[in-house]
Design a protein around this ligand. Structure first.
Ligand SMILES: Nc1ncnc2c1ncn2[C@@H]1O[C@H](COP(=O)(O)OP(=O)(O)O)[C@@H](O)[C@H]1O
Ligand SMILES: [Mg+2]
Length: 273
């Protein structure tokens, strides 16, 4: 019999036996809140082991798409399957081992960094104490956080909190990592470090990564493929090179915005403020 454990606090599930990276299929996905449809007929096929980046302006539906893939939002129409499991069906989320790194990173404020990382494997008795300690220290090492092990979250900078959140997700040994804006609020160096970590993890652990970001450098550097989402529509799904050289002016303007104080965009903003 398959034993499965779920942790609602960390939004992570761990299957007893399923090692391989997983593929994700999004078919005819629509998502509405009330009368407003925010995702319109999204179709995506993400391969096992791929780094798939979803880019788009604020409010375009990136987070809603990621949450729907994670099974935290239910599709209004269409479906998401991960490793063949329809994620909206009861019990299917427990069959895929995924970890989410949200924008805020939600750490437990009353616990040290070490305890935040050790919590899940300890509560679920995934390994013995020594082994958990080693996995926690390995994860902290990957993110250059060894010195933070005994700190409280309140003592950490925003960038460190974000790295702790990634380290905590790693300790859970996911098959699928979902990141929502992993480099937002970070300085460029730390943003680059996080990008390298995402790329390294694929190399070392072979997991599938879906990254939501409007960080153009991150996206075009580490992605195997990039999806451009605007107003809930997928405008392109292609390699970074093809997307960068897209002849669609809307994509071009998004990726290479010209800063022009006479641009109507700027005037509207000024008038509105
Ligand atoms: N729970 C919700 N209820 C109602 N509207 C929502 C909800 N979540 C997101 N939205 C709306 O869906 C749209 C897309 O949001 P979101 O996915 O967060 O954008 P992005 O992550 O691309 O900035 C926005 O208009 C937002 O207001
Ligand atoms: Mg968002």
């Amino acid at each position: 019999m398959e034993t499965t454990q779920t942790d609602p606090d960390t939004e992570t599930t761990r299957p007893a036996d399923n090692e391989a990276a997983v593929g994700v299929e999004v078919e005819g996905l629509r998502k509405s809140f009330g009368d407003t449809e925010v995702l319109h007929d999204i179709n995506l096929s993400i391969k096992p082991g791929e780094i798939f980046v979803i880019m788009g302006p604020s409010g375009s539906g990136k987070s809603v798409l990621l949450k729907t893939i994670a099974g935290l939002e239910t599709p209004t129409k269409g479906r998401v399957t991960i490793a063949g499991h329809d994620i909206a069906e009861r019990g299917s989320r427990e069959k895929v081992h995924m970890a989410l790194v949200f924008q805020a990173g939600a750490l437990f404020n009353s616990m040290t960094v070490f305890d935040n990382l050790a919590l899940y494997p300890t509560e679920h008795r995934l390994h013995g104490r020594k082994e958990i300690e080693k996995k926690v220290m390995d994860a902290l090492g990957i993110l250059s956080l060894e010195d933070a092990r005994d700190k409280m979250p309140s003592e950490l900078s925003g960038g460190m909190k974000k790295r702790v959140a990634i380290a905590r997700a790693l300790v859970m040994e996911p098959q699928l990592m979902l990141y929502d804006e992993p480099t937002s609020e970070l300085d460029p160096i730390m943003g680059a470090t996080i990008s390298e970590v995402i790329a390294d993890l694929r190399q070392e652990v072979g997991l599938t990564s879906i990254v939501v970001s409007h960080d153009r450098d991150l996206s075009l550097t580490i992605a195997d493929r990039v999806a451009i989402l605007m107003d809930g529509n997928l405008l392109a799904v292609d390699t970074p090179d093809k997307v960068r050289n897209s002849d669609n002016p809307v994509i071009n303007d998004f990726l290479n915005p010209v800063i022009d104080v006479n641009n109507p965009r700027f005037k509207q903003k000024k008038a509105a403020s």
